[in-house]
Write a protein that binds this ligand. Structure first.
Ligand code: ZN
Length: 300
């Protein structure tokens, strides 16, 4: 048993260092927290901030209990399948029937392999294509790739169980799904809104700092009847915080475009940036990397 866990730790490290440069060398050894109730029939297992590596288990995992089974949204780093199942057992005995991966990264798809191969796995079509390139889904592991994909919108189940999946364009990657638990008025964002900090723009997976503010604006206009938001890594929050984050990403883009026009270097642009101060409670751990990504995208 121990050997299997160690092996999956090693596999996760290798896969992550390829897939997500920002998470290089992070072994999934932190303990999973207990479930946190969001609303009736909806829980999350928090992922903790990637800034605190000792607590990091991956992204927030959604657990939605429907009349026929459990929907798991994002599966954290590799090696957490048994732990996630154990946490689910504290709130329901129903089987896991469906996994939704909001995007390709190993801290959101890593423990797909910890669930029975019969579980339906659903993602955006671009995310499936991105996952197919990951070592973690090659060979035997290909059975944990998505079985069902969509391009613009997909509804699963009906009545109080209904879950709507939306894609509004590139942002964090080119396949970010927003998940709406319609009866509960809850929106799970994945890393399109990961934290209150500059976005991680994964250009190798089709991410775009130019598109991100537009994608979020389209989502805010197109998704109705939501009051609660589950970010990719930050604790559960409000729709107002998502609206604020959209403004943050728009301001970051505007100020970076101006810095490029003024001939500033990335370091100068980062030092002169005012977005962190403008938005209360925001950090700047990822500011320089985001500005660099927008420079790379616009300067070609
Ligand atoms: Zn991500």
């Amino acid at each position: 048993m121990k050997r299997i866990v160690m092996l999956s730790v090693l596999v996760a490290c290798g896969a992550l260092s390829v897939a997500v440069a920002g998470y290089q060398g992070q072994a999934p050894q932190a303990k999973l927290p207990d479930v946190t109730k969001v609303k009736d029939n909806l829980y999350i297992i928090e992922g903790a901030s990637p800034v605190d590596r000792s607590m990091f288990t991956g992204g927030n995992t959604g657990i939605f209990i429907t009349s026929t089974g459990v929907v798991v949204v994002d599966t954290k780093l590799a090696g957490y399948g048994p732990g996630i199942l154990e946490r689910i057992r504290t709130v329901t005995n129903k089987p896991v029937t469906t996994i939704i991966n909001t995007h390709t990264h190993g801290d959101h798809t890593g423990s797909n392999e910890g669930f029975p191969a019969t579980v339906d796995i659903v993602t955006h079509a671009n995310t499936k294509a991105n996952m197919e390139k990951m070592d973690a889904f090659k060979g035997e592991k290909a059975k944990f790739l998505p079985k069902r994909t969509y391009t613009d919108k997909l509804s699963l189940f009906s009545g109080n169980d209904r879950v709507d999946l939306y894609y509004f364009g590139a942002g964090h990657t080119n396949g970010d799904t927003m998940v709406v638990y319609t009866a509960l008025r809850v929106l799970q964002m994945g890393d399109l809104f990961a934290w209150k900090d500059a976005p991680f723009l994964d250009r190798a997976s089709g991410g775009s700092g130019v598109e991100l503010p537009r994608t979020l604006a389209k989502a805010l206009a197109g998704i109705k009847d939501v009051d609660t938001v589950i970010p990719g890594h930050h604790p559960v929050t409000t729709l107002a915080d998502l609206q604020e984050y959209q403004r943050y990403t728009a301001d970051l883009l505007t100020e970076t475009q101006a810095a490029i026009k003024a001939g500033k270097s990335v370091d100068e642009a980062t030092a002169a940036s005012t977005v962190t101060a403008k938005f209360k409670g925001y950090r700047s751990d990822r500011l320089k990397a985001a500005i660099q990504a927008i420079y790379d995208e616009l300067k070609r």
